[in-house]
Write a protein that binds this ligand. Structure first.
Ligand SMILES: [Zn+2]
Ligand SMILES: [Zn+2]
Length: 284
């Protein structure tokens, strides 16, 4: 058996053709774990060959909208595509704003849910089962089933608190998903010896000239991971494969993608390096 990592979305709030909102799918045998659910995640899951009803659990990194706008779609697809075989989606999230969002997210849809139940005789409601955990800098185990477990630790995406990274361990090895964060020691430690590190990437040097015209870009730059700092992090962590996602600014051609890779290589990283597109798949 092997473990597969599929990037379900490489995008950010700003729209870019072909780039769904942030998300990563990890598969090992019958276990399918989704991390975040940005726009069009349900469609990408379908394209990746894992329907929403096949998910074992879904994990939230933080409460920014770009990581959550596709979540209700995943929940409804899972519910409507299974009818009387519906199993509520387990969702794991750090306690706080993310779990508050999860408690309220189906409220605007109650009339729709009621009319569908009445009309189609759904025996269940679509409500997911939410498990909240207290996020901390030291990793905590947040999920385990059979020989697969998931750990979480806090990262640095302030003022968005808490924001967490996840580490998935299977008998094949480990994959770490940074979520949104600056390049930080917590992710470096969590990713120690991992087969795959999926890290967000922000080309600060490329954005810098625009900051004078658009000062708000400075605040965005301050809470994302500069590509120049990801290379040293991945090198210290000793990860075999580094996958860049949540790409800012979104590359629209191979030359721009290569720019992300060049920044990371300049930081000394010499492992396998992938600048992800939607549905990029890595196996270990
Ligand atoms: Zn984001
Ligand atoms: Zn964010």
């Amino acid at each position: 058996m092997s473990t597969e990592v599929v990037i379900t979305g490489t995008g950010v709030p700003h729209l870019a053709p072909g780039r769904a909102g942030p998300g990563v799918l990890v598969r090992h045998g019958e276990t399918a774990l989704q991390f975040d659910a940005g726009r069009a995640t349900a469609l990408r899951l379908c394209e990746a060959g894992t329907q929403p009803q096949a998910l074992s659990a879904l994990f939230i990194t933080h409460h920014h909208s770009d990581h959550l706008t596709g979540l209700v779609d995943v929940i409804f697809a899972r519910w409507l595509q299974t009818h009387d075989r519906h199993v509520p989606l387990p969702i794991v999230a750090p306690s706080g704003p993310a779990t508050r969002f999860l408690e309220r997210m189906l409220d605007p849809w109650q009339d729709d849910i009621d009319v569908r139940i009445e009309h189609a005789g759904h025996p269940h409601r679509p409500d997911p089962v939410v498990t909240a955990f207290e996020a901390s800098a030291g990793p905590v185990e947040v999920w385990r089933q059979g020989d697969v477990r998931v750990l979480a630790c806090t990262v640095h995406h302030e003022p968005v608190v808490p924001a967490v990274a996840y580490r998935v361990e299977t008998p094949d090895g480990a994959v770490v998903i940074s979520g949104d964060t600056i390049a930080c020691e917590e992710v470096q430690k969590l990713a120690q010896g991992a087969d795959v590190l999926v890290h967000e990437a922000f080309r600060r040097a490329l954005i810098a000239p625009a900051i004078e015209r658009m000062p708000h870009l400075a605040t965005i730059a301050a809470y994302h991971a500069d590509t120049a700092e990801i290379g040293p992090l991945a090198t210290k962590a000793g990860v075999r494969t580094l996958v860049l996602t949540h790409l800012i600014p979104a590359p629209t051609n191979e030359k721009q993608k290569q720019g992300f890779a060049d920044d990371v290589r300049a930081g000394g990283y010499d492992g396998e390096l992938i600048v992800a597109d939607d549905l990029t798949l890595v196996r270990f």
